[in-house]
Structure formats: C-alpha cells, structure tokens
Design a protein around this ligand. Structure first.
Ligand code: SF4
Length: 363
C-alpha cells in the first residue's frame, strides 16, 4: 500500500478533489495571467455545473467547487486554452510580480514566465514534480520573493539572484529558465519523500556548496485601486473579499475585455485600460463588492475554505472572518478551521477555530 506522503494529493483540473461540498478542480494560471474569454469560461462553468463562485487561491490560481460534470469542465478548460498539458497540469506553479512590465520593477519578467512554463511542460521528468512545488519570478520590487516559493529569481541592479525557499543564495543567474529547470529536475531526483525544498534535510544535495541568507520579507497585500502604468494606461486592482468571486461578478470583469492577472493576494488586476474605460469599470465594479480602497479592512483578513466546504473544519471560518472586520486592525489575520492552517500567509496572525471561538495558532 503506498504511503500517504508518496502520493501527490494536490488537486488539479483533471486530478480533482472530493471535498465535503462536492468535486473541486484547481486551474493553474502561471503568473496569474488569464484572458477575459478564459475568465468568462470559468464563470460559465461555475454557473452551469458548479457552485456559482470562483475561488482565488494564494498562489494566484482559480478553483471551481461543487462540480457536477467533471468531463464538461475538462473539455471546456482545454478548449479555452486553460489546460495546455494533461500530464503537467498540476506542476505549472509559477508566481510572478503581477505588475511586471506595466508599472515599475527592474525588468519585465513575462518573457521568462512564458519560457519557463513552456520548458516545464516540455520536460517529461517534471510531471513528477508535485503540485505543491512552485517557482517565483520577482522583477525587483520584492513582492513575490517573500512568498516562500521553492525556487525563484529576484532581479537586482547588479544581476539576477537565485532564491531557494524565498532566501537569497548569493548565486547570480545568467539563464533563468535553464537554472530554475535544473534545480527542479535535481529536486525530482533527490527528493525522496519531500514535496517542497524546505523539507530537504541538506540543501547541498540540491546545489553543492550553497548557502542561503535571510528570507525576503513577506508581503500580505497586493496592489489595489487606480494604478497608473508606465505607458500612461491604467490598471485597476480589485481585491476580492476572502477570495470568493461570484460567477456574476467574474462575468462583469470579463466583459471589460482587458488583460487580467489573478494575484497571490486574492485580487484581480484589470490591465491596460484607458482612463475613460477605467472610470466606467470602477463605477460598475465597486458596487458589486470588489474592493478598490487600499485602506479597506478586507485587505487585512483572509480565511481557509472552512465549513461547509471542508470536512476538517470546526467552523464556518469565512463567515467568522467577515464578522471580524475591523478598520483599526493593523495586523493581517487569517482564520482557519483546523491546525492544517491552509493558505496561511507568512506574516500576521493565524487564528484557528476552537469550539466556541478562536485561539491564536501563530502570531
Ligand atoms: S485549514 Fe483545515 S479546515 Fe481549513 S481548509 Fe485546510 S483542512 Fe480545511
């Protein structure tokens, strides 16, 4: 009988998960990038054969819940270009600075993103990488390096640094894709029962002689509101309360017909807008519950799935998190239904359901 740790239980679009509220599928979006047409497809699937909502994950992916027709979902995802590989669908985990190439940063990492995604899909051995291993591409602003991805790069003025588990190695990289792919392949060779680099007992097995420095600071909030791009156009940053986006609101986002980025802070960037279109979009989207105010208390609270979607949960943590909103609360609080503490950010308080209330699991 296989040991539990030998099995990759991470859900995907084809390797679906049976949750307490039905079948769940997770769709990988490398760099969080999704077209308006693709978002419309997800919204339609959720309305027709799912729960009517889309969940944004802390890795910038999207989940469908309560799916009643798994084959229809897989077929529609493939037709929409959201399933470019059936063998590697769960390992296309790449987070990139969401505003890269549009606002600030020391480089535009989107070409690396495309190249890395294609290289991962083209390497048969990486089908065994596991759905929890992820890559990060930080364009120099220090937003995604602090998310603790397994392997990544950060652009500095004097070159591109290699990161392991969100820590600078001091190694400078000349070919980003080749380097990240090489680390991932070596990890597949030596991982044993580990699914993440920080589960290895000795990093020297991965990269001989490597020494890691301090972790990059964790960032718990993404860009929200009216953001002027370097080319004069506008990006609207829309935070999605608790990461739950109704199919109806997703339809409104898709109707703008603009490039979209799902961020690891459970928000959506609507990019490359003229000022006129941005003003109209803001007037339409804000009353629908999307958050454009960087001082909103919704930005300081998050939650795992909890009840009724997760059988492990002691409480309806999303409802409790929503009840707890406090504009004066400075520290990010993450509510979870059990000690697995899914989706916990690397900074802030984690509160776990404990019978009648919550206790601090981590502060
Ligand atoms: S933290 Fe526990 S209750 Fe919450 S989603 Fe994870 S397993 Fe379920």
């Amino acid at each position: 009988m296989p040991r539990a740790r030998d099995t990759d239980a991470c859900p995907g679009a084809l390797h679906v998960h049976q949750a307490a509220d039905g079948t769940l599928a997770r769709v990988r979006l490398p760099g969080g990038i999704i077209t308006a047409a693709q978002l419309a497809t997800l919204a339609n699937l959720s309305s027709q054969v799912g729960s009517g909502t889309l969940e944004l994950t802390v890795r910038g992916n999207v989940q469908l819940r309560g799916i009643r027709d798994v084959e229809a979902v897989a077929g529609s995802l493939a037709a929409a270009g959201l399933l470019p590989s059936t063998t590697h669908e769960r390992v296309r985990n790449i987070v990139a600075s969401p505003l890269t190439g549009r606002v600030g940063g020391k480089a535009d990492v989107r070409p690396w993103l495309e190249e890395l995604d294609a290289a991962i899909r083209a390497e048969p051995r990486l089908a065994d990488l596991g759905g929890r291993f992820w890559f990060s591409l930080d364009d120099g602003r220090g937003d995604v390096s602090g998310l603790g991805a397994d392997v990544g790069v950060q652009v500095f003025d004097d070159g591109v640094a290699l990161l392991l588990s969100g820590r600078d190695t001091g190694v400078r990289v000349s070919d980003v894709t080749e380097t990240l792919l090489g680390i991932a392949l070596r990890f597949v060779e030596i991982r044993g029962k580990a699914w993440r680099i920080n589960e290895l007992t000795d990093l020297n097995d991965l990269l001989p002689g490597v020494k890691v420095g301090a972790a990059f600071p964790a960032v718990t909030e993404g860009p929200v509101g009216w953001i002027s791009q370097d080319d004069g156009r506008i990006t609207l940053g829309a935070a999605v309360p608790l990461g739950v986006l109704s199919a109806r609101v997703a339809d409104f986002l898709a109707a703008i017909e603009a490039p979209l980025v799902v961020t690891p802070w459970r928000s959506v960037l609507v990019c490359d807008l003229s000022e006129d279109v941005a003003e109209v979009a803001l007037r339409v989207l804000a009353p629908l519950g999307l958050v454009f105010d960087e001082n909103s208390p919704w930005l300081t609270v998050s939650a795992c799935t909890g009840s009724p979607g997760c059988a492990h949960s002691m409480a309806d943590v999303r409802a409790d998190a929503a009840q707890s909103l406090d504009p004066n609360f400075a520290v990010h609080r993450h509510f979870v239904g059990c000690e697995r503490a899914c989706g916990s950010p690397l900074a802030g308080e984690v509160l776990v359901a404990a019978g009648t209330g919550y206790r601090v699991l981590r502060s």
